[in-house]
Design a protein around this ligand. Structure first.
Ligand code: GLA
Ligand code: ZN
Length: 710
């Protein structure tokens, strides 16, 4: 099914990357074009960091060189994703108006000499950025190579907040508009704690460095404010280019689940979502990260395809250790991204830098050019993508949703305690992974999104209580949806004030339970003794050897009582595996006789207490999980939900390592494993090779087939 859109998206699967020809001599540009044609490149992002060349002095534009490059692109059949060039202002701006430079939380003004050195509130920056975007659009509006606009670059990647006096004043204005009267702010921020009471908005500063913990509610509001400041910058530039080219898509590149910017909100203002994705190749769970990120991007616009705007072909240079992608992995992850909804695969960057801070970052063309091991893979992927043209605009059908609420993730991140989870969106990410491991497609939705189309809905670590969401979720369950809610959820309101009388707030009637106590079990290391000095000796450490720590010495198992759950567990493998918990446990108060205790904590201080509950409501069921289940527990519970929700489990009998995704009419089989595998019963045509498949397919390590019926 094709999306109707007011703008014209490229009618090819985009392939290419950031290209910085202005950083190279002319003969390199000629070589670039030749290599691009060899690799099947059809879209390049131009001028992202070219402001100093586009506007060498204030108001004096020099677009001649860019026109020459764009002409060459047009001649070679390569389209351009043209940047507005505003990501890195030239030195003249810093010297003319030092206040255009951002101020960090210690009050230090950042110096010129890197990138993204602008204060989001600076009138100087705003004026020049908008003017440049507008001038570029006027200049190139009719250029045949122009296909898309790339506004700025990775907003907030380095400069998210600024603490200068202009930002402080704007923050005060923002607060005044939000709270109107200062007492409302005092209540929302609970300023009675630590004598933080304000009597006027003008007394409030951005949350700079302070002697100790800052007010989390103030931090969250400051993040919301800073996010809106940047969004307004984006929107000003997007409007400026749309004035000239209303028919062309406008985007700005996102950074996945980057908490400072609420991309679900930003997505409303881009014509196509685009993402920069750099999973760590040395982690086994990075294959999942590719899927998680892609599903998140696809879900921002209710299933509309997105563009992978940046990834690396090999390694990055900004981690302490920069592992190289393994042979085939660049191609495989790119195809996985297409399977999950990408209509284009672009890289940072086309040609590896000859110097500067990113010279050790891989590119499509490395320093050794065609000699690099990756060049054939780069060329092959270009051909693959041309063969997949029929995916354009097509959808991934889903019956399951995992809620990933931005403000909840931010609030959890900014709150002091109850514990630090291993990653942002940790709960949604773990449940998404369980679905992915079972080849069940799902969306990662926000609390405002439509719930009616889903048979299974998972709400994990949504710490903010949203009464409206709770009532829509209840309606969905009554109509037959299977819902699982996991901890910690609905423990605070949107201003980070605690939910009183039992957590779960407005979700508790649906679940039939409330949470009375949060309980953190001790990390395993606590077992090993006192401050790392070895285990206490039973004779010499007469007292301390007899002292236990919460949860460290028990198995952290849960005892399953519910029959369906037990059957599902038995069905996973032989012998039946046990379900364990992580570090999290809670005490519940059960409010209704209709609540079934489906599993209990097996031992430790929570022994015998409910770990999983089930509440039948109308046609559906609402489960509550009072712990962070391990993957066995999640998989077993998911099987129960999928069975009662009649979710199709098409491909959960594939060999280890193989991911299956259906997008539109194409079946993607992606072997992430290190071993070749055999797939049986596969007939049709492999779109990548054109080969007919007659039942039996051998998939090499890190390789894929994309099967069409004919
Ligand atoms: C980001 C930026 C690029 C480049 C890459 C390096 O994604 O947008 O300009 O710095 O990181 O990984
Ligand atoms: Zn500022």
């Amino acid at each position: 099914m094709r999306e109707k859109s007011p703008v014209k998206m490229p009618d090819f699967v985009a392939y290419g990357g950031d290209w910085n020809p202005d950083q190279w001599p002319e003969e390199t540009v000629r070589e670039d074009i030749e290599l691009m044609q060899e690799a099947g490149v059809n879209l390049v992002s131009l001028a992202i960091f070219s402001w100093a060349k586009l506007e060498p002095s204030p108001g004096q534009y020099d677009f001649g060189w860019l026109r020459q490059i764009m002409d060459q692109c047009a001649e070679a059949g390569i389209f351009v994703d043209l940047a507005t060039g505003t990501a890195s202002p030239p030195v003249w701006m810093a010297r003319q108006d030092p206040n255009s430079l951002p101020v960090n939380s210690s009050g230090v003004r950042m110096e010129f000499g890197s990138r993204q050195q602008y204060c989001p509130s600076s009138p100087t920056y705003r004026k020049h950025a908008r003017a440049l975007a507008s001038a570029l659009a006027r200049e190139f509006q009719d250029h045949p190579a122009l296909a898309m606009w790339h506004v700025n670059n990775e907003y907030a990647c380095h400069t998210f907040t600024c603490h200068c006096s202009a930002c402080t004043t704007q923050f005060q204005e923002w607060l005044r508009a939000r709270y109107r009267d200062i007492d409302a702010l005092n209540r929302a921020w609970n300023t009675y704690f630590w004598a933080q009471i304000y009597s006027d908005f003008s007394q409030i500063h951005t949350p700079k460095d302070a002697p100790t913990l800052r007010n989390p509610a103030q931090m969250l509001d400051y993040w919301r404010f800073s996010d809106e400041q940047l969004l307004s910058l984006y929107r000003a530039e997007a409007d400026a280019v749309r004035e000239y080219t209303a028919h062309l898509p406008v985007t700005t590149n996102f950074m996945g689940d980057f908490l400072p910017l609420n991309y679900r909100e930003w997505a409303r203002y881009v014509d196509v979502v685009s993402d920069d994705c750099y999973p760590e190749p040395s982690r086994a769970d990075s294959a999942h990260e590719v899927a998680f990120r892609a599903d998140l991007m696809r879900s921002f616009k209710q299933g509309q395809p997105f563009i992978l705007m940046e990834q690396t072909t090999g390694m990055v240079q900004w981690r302490a250790q920069n592992a190289m992608k393994r042979p085939g992995q660049f191609r495989l992850w790119s195809l996985a991204c297409v399977a999950h909804g990408a209509d284009g695969i672009l890289q940072f960057q086309w040609r590896q830098s000859p110097g500067g801070a990113e010279m050790f970052h891989s590119a499509m063309v490395d320093h050794s050019k065609r000699l690099s091991r990756r060049w054939p893979e780069v060329v092959q992927l270009g051909a693959d993508l041309q063969n997949l043209r029929e995916v354009l605009g097509s959808r991934v059908e889903t019956e399951v949703a995992v809620v990933a609420d931005w403000d909840s993730a931010r609030a959890l991140h900014l709150s002091e305690g109850p514990t630090q989870f291993p990653a942002v969106f940790d709960g949604p990410r773990q449940w998404h992974r369980t679905l992915w491991e079972a080849n069940i497609p799902c969306d990662l939705i926000g609390v405002e999104d439509d719930l009616d189309r889903y048979r299974v809905i998972i709400v994990s670590q949504m710490v903010i209580d949203y009464p409206d969401f709770a009532s829509r979720l209840t309606a969905a369950v009554k109509a037959g949806a299977q819902v699982v809610v996991t901890a910690p959820t609905a423990v605070m309101d949107p201003t980070m004030r605690a939910v009183l009388d039992g957590y779960l707030g407005s979700l508790s009637p649906l679940l039939g339970v409330r949470v009375t106590d949060l309980n953190l079990l001790a990390p395993q290391e606590a077992e090993s003794g006192v401050e790392g000095r070895g285990r206490p000796h039973p004779v010499t450490d007469r007292i301390s050897s007899a002292v236990g720590v919460p949860g460290a010495s028990d198995t952290r198992a849960v005892e399953v009582e519910n029959l369906a759950l037990r059957r599902a567990l038995e069905g996973l493998c032989d012998p039946t595996p046990a379900i364990h918990t992580g570090l999290w446990g809670e005490l519940l108060k059960i409010d209704s006789d209709e609540v079934e205790v489906a599993a209990t904590f097996a031992d430790g201080d929570l022994a015998g207490e409910p770990a999983i509950t089930r509440h039948q409501v109308g046609q559906g069921q609402a489960w509550y999980v009072a712990t962070d289940l391990d993957s066995v527990g999640r998989a077993a519970l998911l099987r129960v939900l999928a069975a009662s929700g009649r979710v199709s489990m098409r491909a959960n009998d594939l060999p280890a390592g193989v991911e299956y995704v259906r997008r539109g009419e194409l079946d993607f089989y992606l072997n992430h494993g290190d071993k070749a595998v055999e797939l049986a019963g596969i007939t049709g045509v492999d779109r990548l090779t054109g080969q007919a498949l007659t039942g039996h397919v051998v998939l090499g390590p890190r390789s894929a087939v994309v099967v069409a019926d004919k």
